[in-house]
Design a protein around this ligand. Sequence first.
Ligand code: F0G
Length: 401
Amino acid sequence: MYHLACVNCGATYPADEIIYNCKKCGHLLAVKYPLDKISVSKANWNRRPISVWRYRELLPVTIPPVTLQEGGTPLYHLKRLGEEIGLPYLYAKHEGMNPSGSFKDRGMTVGVSMALQLGKKSVACASTGNTSASLAVYAAKAGIPSVVLLPAGKVAVGKVAQALMHGAEVISVRGNFDRALEMVHDLCLTHGLYLLNSINPYRLEGQKTIGFEAVDQLGEVPDRIVLPVGNAGNISAVYKGLLELQELDFVDRLPMMTGIQAEGSSPIVRAIRENLPEYVPERDPETVATAIRIGAPVNGEKALTAIRRTNGLAETVTDAEILSMQKDLARKEGIGVEPASAASVAGIRKLVQMGKIDRDEKIVCVVTGHLLKDPETVIKQCEPPTEIDADLPSLLSALHL
Ligand code: F0G
């Protein structure tokens, strides 16, 4: 049976204790499996459909899970864009193809299942949007109430629409995400709701399966995995999962974990650049990629470890670079993603231009959320449709043939 362990001091806690921070030092907790005792085989995994639950021996859920068939997302070879950038082996894992349109579903299928397993009756999170959409979806599937706190005016409309339609209690906080997270944390500690932000160690277990799938789909360990970084949960989760595969001898090396942040919201990149032991929080983060508009990433410590231990990189991209890559992915590869997701590929384009990437590397960029999450940003970037009278001559004169 697994247990929880502090990522800083190593203090351990039983798996069924509802706890988000170490009681001794306040740092985050991670799930630890007795990997030498777990019966798990690669052949067994390969017999199952590719999805989060293919990897169930390395997940904490022991009850029938709350699932909508998450994971198993496509890994696309970016042939045209890769040629243009000068990377013949550039891939995108399209997490927008999950049930609610983002990678958060991997975390929520596990997190909401754990809420039930632990006997919790309600769930909550703060969110820049996607976590709230996903939580609302999985709470609906589980038949339990959910509460979500959003930074007022800073959440893309598709995400709010999902949270509302799937029946979450949606609270708009006059403050940024970092403040909303502090508030929901307090609420959960005092009122017994189950907190499903990425400080919840169980939720991140689901998200680590992105890395498992990338290895399975590519047929080998990629040289580099690139993720947009906000609260830094996802990059930490993928790294943790790959460490477990290494300990099991399923892989013989780790990819260089590479994190990309928006220039106006980049505490992790600055910590790597300046070689700081800890990141310095930003008070007023700002970016068009509202999903990653986060100044005090709660998993920052783990992300710095992931990047440093794997010899990875961290880089910023401007809003203009993000939007330009969003368009390139849409028009040159047929891949529709939201701005934050385009940051990973935009970051790789920039790192190649800076001469920091070997052109033979096999690179998997995780594109994290679907284009339709943020239609307003899309519409602003495109020419409006041409309206015409309902006759053929008008059509012919309108077309650029
Ligand atoms: N991409 C998208 C589309 C996201 O929604 C997020 C995070 C990230 C990347 C960054 O992932 O936080 O694990 O580093 N969204 C959270 C939310 C914060 O509330 O939906 P991270």
